[in-house]
Design a protein around this ligand. Structure first.
Ligand code: NDP
Length: 455
């Protein structure tokens, strides 16, 4: 049996593009289909434009701090239009680079939606024709969720909509207590928007170390973000040009914009999976084995569509492992242990390894080392913002199991600390490393404040 392609990739995001490029470089005939823009969530409507907005938001603070260092900065203004348009231009540039990667590697691009027809056939919707491939890789990612029962008319925005907003909202209400809710609450608060965060639970960033969540909540409130816990939206409406949210306790809040940040779901609707016998779980995530193979042996899936660890670098590694195993014949698997994570709140979070609670629940007896200080930079800046660091150490063998940080540059620090934690270094080895002075990160190798682990 001959096929049109050795590999057909559906979805040109971070994972799909990496898999396509490496497969083509291995000498395979590869095609890729993308219904939106090449680059996917991360580049077009996620990590990259979001981080640029974080930088913009932080600069507002920096201007205030600069005064403490002798600079005068009067009549400072902010233009949403400038920021939005400059970010859009940067996204266009990156989109061009991604298109270039595909073209240079002779990966054929279909600018259309593609759906599965059978184990080796893909239907290209825009061209109304079928193509065949020996192997098919699904890398279509996810999409933001909203509660359709509360917002059937889509009055509320989702993160995809933020980057093209015609105007900066003066008042914004956000639902959720995870990454996106917290990051956008800070972005908009920093740009001058009055932000209210409504979370259904008690503890924001529930999956993180409890002390990290506490700090994030404190920092959020310190920045003037209104935080309402144990509440959900029960109704959304528009009255007199104003958006209104009714909460479960009957309170009604008014805003210019409302945003859902209540998680993302795999983008598997109408992809033809059922027709082909590809199994999905109850949220629509494609079930795969350790080699990303679905229940149909010729069809594979990587990244957010499998809803495992929904982060760009994970999708990229999965794409690379798939290409190596299936296209180059060199078996490779992604190692999911000690993946560093960041939340770009202000200040941000950086974390690697299990939380204190998770370590104890897993049966470890642990000692916990903490440092809590005002970074030197904040003194003349007259900022009360603090840095919090925490090492969770296995008492049995002194190994550092987890490192959890909140404070300026925490994501940059955690990327490096993750090497040591993943390598299984001990607290004694951290301490043997000479400090680099004066930095905030030096506290990571000088931590003496110790207590026993507790749940
Ligand atoms: P998260 O899973 O991080 O958080 C979802 C939040 O919404 C939780 O607080 C959850 O509450 C709450 N929630 C869920 N369902 C409802 C509901 N029906 N009504 C009200 N609240 C609800 O999702 P995000 O949307 O913030 O982000 C999606 C994913 O994108 C992340 O998990 C992450 O993988 C990725 N991402 C990563 C970033 C980074 O690396 N910096 C940045 C942005 C996104 P509860 O806690 O009770 O479950």
């Amino acid at each position: 049996m001959t096929y049109d392609y050795d590999l057909f990739v559906i979805g040109a995001g971070s994972g799909g593009v990496r898999a396509a490029r490496l497969s083509a470089q291995a000498g395979k005939k590869v095609a890729i289909a993308e219904q939106s823009r090449v680059g996917g969530t991360c580049v077009i409507r996620g990590c990259v434009p979001k981080k640029l907005m974080v930088y913009a938001s932080e600069l507002g603070d920096a201007i205030g701090h600069a005064r403490g260092y002798g600079w005068s900065a009067e009549n400072v203004t902010f233009s949403w239009d400038t920021l939005r348009d400059r970010i859009a231009a940067e996204v266009d540039r990156l989109n061009g680079i991604y298109n270039g990667i595909l073209a240079r590697n002779n990966v054929e691009l279909f600018d259309h939606r593609a759906v599965l027809k059978d184990a080796h056939t893909i239907h290209i919707a825009g061209e109304n024709r079928d193509v065949t491939a020996e192997k098919i890789l699904i890398a279509v990612g996810g999409t933001p969720s909203r509660d359709e029962s509360v917002d059937p008319d889509h009055i509320g925005l989702v993160s995809d909509d933020i980057f093209s907003l015609p105007e900066q909202p003066k008042r914004l209400i956000i639902a959720g207590g995870g990454y996106i809710a917290i990051e956008f609450a800070h972005i908009f608060a920093g740009l001058g928007t009055e932000v209210t965060l409504v979370y259904r639970g008690e503890r924001l960033l529930r999956a993180f170390d409890p002390e990290i969540s506490e700090r994030v909540e404190r920092d959020l409130k310190a920045r003037g973000i209104r935080y309402i816990s144990n509440a959900v939206f029960t109704d959304i409406s528009v009255k007199n040009g104003e958006k209104c949210v009714e909460l479960i306790n009957g309170d009604v809040l008014h805003a210019d914009e409302i945003m859902w940040a209540i998680g993302r779901r795999p983008l598997t609707d109408s992809l033809g999976l059922e027709r082909c016998g590809i199994e999905v779980d109850k949220v629509g995530a494609i079930l795969v084995n350790e080699d990303y193979q679905t229940t149909i042996p010729s069809v594979f899936a990587i990244g957010d569509v499998t809803n495992r660890v929904n982060l760009t670098p994970v999708a990229i590694r999965e794409g690379a492992a798939f290409a190596s195993t299936q296209m180059s014949g060199v078996p490779k698997r992604m190692d999911y242990h000690f993946i560093p994570k960041a939340v770009f709140s202000q200040p941000p979070v950086g974390t690697v390894g299990p939380s204190e609670t998770e370590c104890i629940e897993a049966g470890h007896e642990v000692d916990v080392y903490t440092a809590d200080f005002r970074p030197m930079k904040n003194v003349l800046a007259e900022s009360d913002e603090r840095m919090f660091m925490k090492l969770v150490v296995d008492r049995a063998n002194d190994r550092v199991l987890g490192c959890h940080l909140v404070g300026e540059d925490a994501p940059e620090m955690i990327q490096i600390a993750a090497i040591a934690v993943k390598a299984g270094l001990t607290k004694a080895q951290f301490d043997e490393t000479c400090a680099l002075h004066p930095t905030a990160a030096e506290e990571l190798v000088t931590m003496t404040n110790k207590r026993s682990g507790r749940i």
